[in-house]
Ligand binder design. Structure first.
Ligand SMILES: [Zn+2]
Length: 282
């Protein structure tokens, strides 16, 4: 395994603290900022060739998998895990030859992956942006449209809280993972998240909604926040995308069509490309 399995609160917190400490060490290293060597260049000396910008890495996380089907379609019994895996593969395929952008999927097959492992993988790969893809259900079958979430210890509204609780429970492997819904753990990790990470995540969320919303139905107030365990990377801007509600007949019918999954995948790929190439990501 290239990354540590995180199965307890202590391990999860250690990951958050460890990565933050590593980030602090990196940015405080001599020569990282304001190095005397860097300031010693004569104004008349030819400028060194510009360092090629390294590709930005998007980690796409198709939710659920294996024994966890995720939400079930109300009309046709569609499995969320299959819909989101297909969309993620299409996004990856759309970005395959895009200069400056690389993509990695947390799962490429119908396999169960616990939520903390998805977070750990993104951290191990040093992702620039993490997008978790879902298609949820709601008690009110009239609710429909795409919505997006960033991390907050407190849900932006009742539905956001219900959706986060369901997504968190679905990603458990056993009682040892119960910390994913612990508000204290969420609050600590939220505090560990740097202001820049939060800011970039919110701007990425807004940018994604703006572009996707031109051609895809949106839930009202599509920029939301809640305590999602899969969004708890202290230093990686992370956004969860609910592509639609399988509890709504229109959304389920939409997501069952291959051409519509291609459409939403293309919109997500375009949004991610434009975000990762923007000054937001350096
Ligand atoms: Zn889900």
């Amino acid at each position: 395994m290239p990354f540590a399995r995180l199965s307890s609160r202590r391990q999860f917190l250690r990951l958050g603290l460890g990565t933050l400490a590593a980030l602090a060490v990196t940015t405080c290293m001599p020569g990282a900022w304001g190095s005397p060597l860097a300031m010693n260049v004569s104004p008349s000396a030819p400028l060194p060739p510009a360092k090629p910008r390294s590709p930005r890495l998007l980690v796409l996380d198709p939710g659920h998998g294996g024994h966890d089907p995720g939400a079930l379609g109300l009309t046709d019994g569609t499995f969320e895990k299959n819909i989101v895996l297909d969309i993620a593969r299409r996004v990856a395929s759309a970005l395959e030859d895009t200069p400056g952008v690389k993509v990695h999927l947390t799962r490429t097959e119908d396999l169960f992956l616990p939520l903390p492992e998805r977070v750990a993988l993104a951290q191990h790969l040093n992702a620039d942006l993490f997008l978790s893809l879902h298609a949820d259900s709601a008690p009110n079958s009239a609710a429909r449209g795409l919505s997006t979430y960033v991390l907050s210890p407190h849900a932006s509204d009742k539905l956001a809280g219900q959706i986060a609780a369901r997504e968190n429970v679905a990603g458990l492997t056993g009682p040892e993972d119960l910390n994913v819904d612990d508000p204290d753990v969420a609050a600590i990790l939220f505090d560990l998240t740097t202001r820049r990470t939060r800011d970039v995540a919110r701007r990425a969320q807004a940018g994604l909604v703006r572009l996707v919303g031109r051609k895809w139905p949106l839930l009202e107030n599509p920029t939301r926040s809640a305590n999602f365990a899969v969004l708890r990377s202290p230093e990686i801007p992370s956004v969860l995308v609910e592509t639609g509600f399988l509890s709504n007949p229109h959304d389920e019918a939409l997501l069952r069509q291959a051409d519509q999954r291609q459409k939403i995948a293309t919109l997500i790929a375009k949004s991610a490309t434009s975000l990762l190439r923007s000054p937001l990501f350096g």
